[in-house]
Design a protein around this ligand. Structure first.
Ligand SMILES: NC(=O)CCC(=O)C(=O)O
Length: 257
């Protein structure tokens, strides 16, 4: 199973429309992959709070349309990172969209843990309530977004629900980069699962992004790690390694709580 993580530069040097077109072109170029992953809130950047209202969109909005077409053209599963969703009642959510290779929207996930303490998404957005997995042809993927990474109980729930890959789009700040790479590895080791952690690059809303997207195997080995600039990581995964790791070193079996 081949996965491509697109570490997109979210600097505000291009409009949201041009970025959508550029990202769609990058997705179309990944036709050899089985799964393509984008970062959190890549159209605006995760810290461009002032742009959230303007670019909020329904689940069949402009970003979904562009991603659906790109997934179908490349014939790939596409985890489209996340968008600012405007729900029917007007509430905003940080919502991930997963498309199948025919361009159909197969799954959505509303970020459960909102970041921002007393501002930002914590006050502007609603929190998701559903722990969400999606069955890909070769593996079950568990969905989480950025700040969710700090909450191991979510990942244990995903593992209990059958997740073999933990897919985490993010807009993680560079000033906490050590936490990003450390926690990504920790979630892989403690759940004996692949972690596909896809961050953005660049600076927006005054926040420099961590980059350093990485793919970690079920033993905690980093198979690939990006630098700080826009970059594409392409990695071959063997989902059978998840079952083998869990059988050879059965810590999940030995849980007490
Ligand atoms: N976009 C986010 O969720 C940021 C999370 C973050 O900055 C942190 O956990 O640290």
């Amino acid at each position: 199973m081949r996965a491509s993580l697109l570490q997109i530069d979210v600097n505000p040097y291009e409009s949201v429309d041009s970025r959508r077109d550029r990202v769609a072109g990058l997705v179309r170029a990944q036709s050899g992959a089985d799964l393509v992953v984008l970062p959190e809130l890549w159209p605006t950047g995760a810290f461009a709070y002032e742009a959230f209202e303007e670019y909020a969109e329904p689940l069949d909005g402009p970003t979904a349309a562009v991603l659906s077409a790109a997934a179908a053209d490349a014939s790939v599963w596409l985890h489209g990172g996340s968008v600012v969703e405007r729900a029917g009642d007007g509430t905003l959510y940080n919502t991930s969209l997963v498309f199948g290779p025919d361009g159909r929207l197969e799954r959505t996930y509303r970020k459960i843990h909102r970041f921002g303490f007393d501002k930002g998404e914590a006050t502007m957005m609603g929190g998701g309530e559903s722990v969400t997995t999606v069955a890909l042809p070769d593996a079950v993927a568990g969905l989480a977004t950025c700040y969710d990474l700090r909450f191991p109980e979510l990942f244990r729930r995903l593992t209990d629900d059958g997740a073999q890959l933990l897919v985490i789009p993010a807009g993680w700040p560079a000033r906490r980069r050590e936490h990003w790479t450390l926690l990504s590895r920790a979630r892989a080791v403690e759940n004996q699962a692949y972690v596909l952690a896809c961050c953005s690059a660049g600076t927006h809303g005054g926040v420099e992004q961590a980059g350093h997207s990485q793919v970690v195997d079920p033993w905690g080995e980093v198979l690939a790690e990006a630098g700080e600039d826009e970059e594409i990581l392409t990695v071959d995964l063997d989902p059978a390694r998840v079952a083998k790791t869990r059988a050879d070193f059965p810590v999940l079996r030995d849980r007490v709580l």
